[in-house]
Design a protein around this ligand. Structure first.
Ligand SMILES: [Fe+2]
Length: 187
């Protein structure tokens, strides 16, 4: 009898060994967790932004949330295509993640944008690391991640533009924590 409730299928995409295909897919799982976490974090900022820039920051976040939710779906379906069951379960995100929950609650637009800038740096750096690893095995999955990074970096620039002086300095430059970045941006 076939085994039930397995996390892997006996196949992967054509042109890769099953082992390599499953390894690529397993590497995607933490990226999937990161993007799932990111879309929730962006909603949290969308709900908790206060102050005179409320409406512009509140509204600029929603299209980005939709985009990131699309990325989540893209990675999950790529994993399934490659023969590994994707997980979107909250308990598994918390168990597997290598980062803490976003730490800013009620805060102004620039405070959230400065904190989110750090969040984006973390997600993009880890995506780039996955690109390095996956690129050796599967250019198709690599291409998916490259497309996502391009969009994430574009939105990071949108956020930074709110925090940048005409000389290019960021108000929160050098901050290493979300709360530290928010505090610097507030000044
Ligand atoms: Fe909303």
């Amino acid at each position: 009898m076939a085994k039930q409730n397995q996390r892997t299928a006996p196949y992967t995409v054509p042109g890769l060994t099953t082992e390599d295909g499953h390894e690529v897919a397993r590497t995607l799982q933490l990226r999937l967790h990161a993007l799932n976490d990111l879309q929730l974090t962006l909603k949290h900022a969308h709900w908790n932004v206060v102050g005179p820039n409320f409406i512009s920051v509140h509204e600029m976040l929603d299209p980005q949330i939709e985009l990131v939710r699309g990325f989540v779906d893209e990675l999950a379906e790529r994993m399934a295509t490659m023969g590994v069951a994707p997980s979107g379960l909250p308990g598994e995100i918390v168990k597997a993640r290598t980062w803490d929950d976003y730490s800013v609650n009620r805060a102004t637009g620039v405070e959230h944008l400065a904190a989110l800038d750090l969040v984006y740096t973390g997600v993009v750096e880890d995506h780039r690391e996955a690109i390095e690893k996956i690129g050796e095995l599967d250019p198709i999955t690599e291409d998916i991640l490259i497309g996502q990074v391009k969009e994430l970096e574009l939105f990071q620039w949108f956020m930074r533009a709110h925090l940048e002086s005409s000389s290019g300095d960021l108000r929160h430059g050098g901050a290493t924590t979300e709360l530290g970045a928010a505090e610097s941006a507030a000044q």
